[in-house]
Design a binder for this molecule. Structure first.
Ligand code: 1GP
Length: 229
């Protein structure tokens, strides 16, 4: 069963655009879940749940609260293994390929296995690339890795290409939550030209114009978080 991933492939084939709203459990009050969901843009297709540091067990509380009020698929976007919960529908099984910290390339992933084996979560192998959003991101801080400079287009494209050749099903181009500068459309377009798998783009996207620019450049899914906090 890969229902969730199939929706990405379907979107890719039919050139449909996906919009995910990211909820960082650390900044979310479950009492507001119903109202929060009511206010989401009508074109929202997915909900992502995850953050850099979340109190143990709270991700599950948030996912369960959201599930009461929405039928949209909920994908985990975990900062670490403690954020895995069977209450979601799937998980972006991230490997931070822009960095050279073994813990976030493969260590956390191995630690996740015993938890994931107890769930029915759909696991989507995702190459995660942090590019510089002109703002020290929580991802860089927590993972102790450096983002790739946006000027370094070749490195970004080669890293994304390697992700696909390593068997990743998605590539996530991340400028970091609250980025001052989102991933440039030229970068998205260059990565798009090289890959045949869907591309997710997030970090610092706040306006309709930025959203549309990312789609036009080739993003299959755009993730917006801060704009809705
Ligand atoms: C962060 O890509 C997401 O991981 C979303 O970023 O909070 O800046 O929208 P924003």
């Amino acid at each position: 069963m890969q229902k969730l991933y199939d929706s990405f492939v379907d979107a890719l084939e039919k050139e449909k655009k996906l919009l995910a709203i990211l909820i960082d459990p650390d900044k979310f009050d479950v009492e507001t879940a119903a109202e929060f969901l009511r206010k989401l843009p009508s074109k929202t297709t997915h909900i992502l749940v995850g953050g850099s540091s979340v109190p143990d067990g709270y991700t599950e509380t948030v996912v369960r609260a959201l599930k009461l009020y929405t039928a949209k698929p909920i994908l985990l976007f975990p900062g670490d293994v403690s954020q895995i919960t069977a209450a979601a529908d799937g998980i972006l099984f991230l490997s931070l390929l822009s960095g050279r910290n073994p813990e976030f390339l493969v260590g956390q992933q191995i630690k996740a296995v015993p938890f994931l084996k107890e769930t029915q979560l759909e696991i989507i192998p995702t190459g995660y690339l942090l590019v510089d959003g002109q703002n020290t991101s929580a991802v860089a801080r927590v993972t102790e890795t450096n983002p790739i400079a946006q000027e370094n287009l070749v490195e970004i494209v080669h890293t994304a290409k390697a992700a696909q050749w390593m068997g990743k099903k998605l590539v996530y181009l991340e400028a970091g939550s609250g980025a001052k500068v989102p991933v440039a459309p030229e970068i998205i377009a260059a990565v798009k030209r090289e890959l045949s798998i869907p591309i997710i783009v997030g970090g610092g996207i706040k306006t309709e114009a930025q959203l549309e620019a990312a789609y036009r450049a080739g993003a299959q899914m755009v993730v917006m978080g801060t704009a809705f906090e």
